[in-house]
Design a protein around this ligand. Structure first.
Ligand code: KG4
Ligand code: ZN
Length: 369
C-alpha cells in the first residue's frame, strides 16, 4: 500500500510516498529555515504564506518521483499522462492535521483534503508528534518491536511514551515547561548562535569543554517528567556573571561580550546536561518497563551527543533513525498513515478540523477506532 504523506505543521513543507510503512519511494522537504533565521525563530504568518507558495509543487514532485522509481523509462519525462499514472499508484493520503501553527496546518490540511476528494483517495489525519516516532519504521529491515519505549524530543515536545502496539500507548513522562528543542533554540539566541539552535549549538559544542560550566538538573515530582526552563535560566545567569554583568543585563546584549572559547564551552556544557537529563530518564524508564526496543524521535534526536550517551548507557542496542527523518518530514507521516490504515477507517475529508494544540494520547486512534 502506497501512502502519500503531507506535512506542513511548522516551517517545513514536505511530501513523501512510502510503501507499506517502510519503503521510501520519494521524500521532498522544502525548509523555510533561511527565511525564518533572519528573525531568530519561526514567524507564523510568513510560514503559512511560504507553505501556500510551494505546497503543490512539493506534492507533485513527491508523487512523480515515487512513480519514476518503478518506471525508470519516465525519468526526465514531463506531462499530464505521467501525472495521471503517478497518482493512480497512490493508494491513500495521510496529512498532519494536529498539533502545530494554525495557519501552517490549514494550508497542508486543506490541500490534502482537496486532493483526497479530487483524486478519490482515502484520507488519514495524523498527529505530528506521533508521526515523529514513525521515522523509526522507515527503511528498516526489521522494525522496532513492541513494547517500545519512545523518547520524543522536538522543538515543541519532550516526552517519553510507552507503545504497547500501533495506536496503543501511554505517556509516562513529559516536560512541565519548555521542550528541549526550545531550550536549544533559546540558549543559542543567548550565545549569539543562529536559529535553529540544535545544529548550531552542536557545531559550537564540538570545540567546547562540556565540563567547564556546571548547570543544575531539575528535580521533578514525576519520575519521568522534564523541565528545561530552569536550565535555560541557569545558562543565562552564568553567562551574565561570566561577562561581569548582573541579572538585570538584557540577554540580547550578551552575545557580543562573549569570546569564541566561552561560547563553545557554554554550548558544550549546556548540551551535555540537557542530553544527560534525557538519557538518564529514558534509561530509568527502560529498567522499569523492560521494553523490547527503544526509539528516539523528533528534531533533537538528530543530535550526536544524544546518540553517543544513549549508546554508552543503554543495556540494549538502539537503531537510530537517519537524521533527515528526525527533523520535520512527510515520510514519517506516510509511515504512520500506513499503520493507521491497517486498523482505523479513513476520515471524511469534507469534515476534518485542524487541532493546533492536542496531546497525542487523544488522537485519531482513540477518536475513530
Ligand atoms: O521535530 P522538529 O524538526 O520540529 C518540531 O516538531 O518542533 O524539531 C525542531 C527542533 C528545534 O528546536 C531544533 O533546534 C532541534 O529540533 N534540532 C536539533 C538538531 N536539529 C534540529 N537539536 C539538536 N541537534 C540537532 N542536530
Ligand atoms: Zn516536528
Amino acid at each position: 500500500m502506497r501512502i502519500l504523506g503531507i506535512e506542513s505543521s511548522c516551517d517545513e513543507t514536505a511530501a513523501a510516498v512510502v510503501e507499506d510503512g517502510s519503503r521510501l519511494l520519494s521524500n521532498v522537504v522544502n525548509s523555510q529555515i533561511d527565511i525564518h533565521s533572519a528573525f531568530g525563530g519561526v514567524v507564523p504568518e510568513v510560514a503559512a504564506r511560504s507553505h501556500l507558495e510551494v505546497i503543490l509543487p512539493v506534492i507533485d514532485r513527491a508523487v512523480v518521483e515515487a512513480y519514476v522509481v518503478g518506471h525508470p523509462e519516465f525519468i526526465g519525462v514531463e506531462g499530464e499522462d505521467l501525472r495521471k499514472s503517478a497518482w493512480a499508484e497512490v493508494d491513500a493520503i495521510a496529512c498532519t492535521t494536529m498539533p502545530g501553527l494554525i495557519g501552517s496546518l490549514l494550508i497542508g490540511s486543506l490541500t490534502a483534503r482537496t486532493l483526497a476528494r479530487l483524486k478519490n483517495k482515502p484520507f488519514y489525519p495524523v498527529h505530528h508528534v506521533e508521526a515523529h516516532v514513525y521515522a523509526n519504521f522507515l527503511t528498516r529491515e526489521s522494525p522496532p518491536e513492541f513494547p517500545m519505549l519512545a523518547l520524543i524530543v522536538s522543538g515543541g515536545h519532550s516526552q517519553i511514551v510507552l507503545f504497547r502496539n500501533h495506536g496503543d500507548y501511554q505517556m509516562i513522562g513529559q516536560t512541565q515547561d519548555d521542550a528541549v528543542g526550545e531550550a536549544f533554540d533559546k540558549v543559542a539566541k543567548i550565545l549569539g548562535l543562529p536559529y535553529p539552535g540544535g545544529p548550531s549549538i552542536a557545531a559550537a559544542a564540538e570545540s567546547g569543554n562540556p565540563h567547564k560550566y556546571h548547570f543544575p538538573k531539575a528535580k521533578m515530582s514525576g519520575e519521568y517528567d522534564f523541565s528545561f526552563s530552569g536550565l535555560k535560566t541557569a545558562v543565562l545567569r552564568t553567562v551574565q556573571s561570566e561577562c561581569g554583568q548582573d541579572h538585570t543585563f538584557p540577554s540580547s546584549g550578551l552575545a557580543e561580550l562573549l569570546n569564541d572559547e566561552q561560547r563553545h564551552d557554554f554550548a558544550a556544557s549546556f548540551r551535555f546536561v540537557a542530553i544527560e537529563t534525557l538519557v538518564d530518564k529514558i534509561i530509568a524508564a527502560f529498567h522499569e518497563f523492560a521494553p523490547k526496543s527503544v526509539v528516539i524521535a523528533g528534531g533533537v534526536a538528530a543530535d550526536r551527543e544524544l546518540r553517543r550517551q544513549l549508546s554508552e548507557k543503554s543495556p540494549i542496542k538502539i537503531a537510530f533513525p537517519e537524521p533527515k527523518f528526525c527533523t520535520d518530514n512527510a515520510a514519517m507521516v506516510a509511515s504512520l498513515g500506513f499503520f493507521m490504515a491497517q486498523k482505523v477507517a479513513p476520515a471524511d475529508p469534507k469534515n476534518i478540523e485542524i487541532l493546533p494544540s492536542i496531546s497525542m494520547t487523544k488522537t485519531a486512534w482513540n477518536l475513530r477506532a
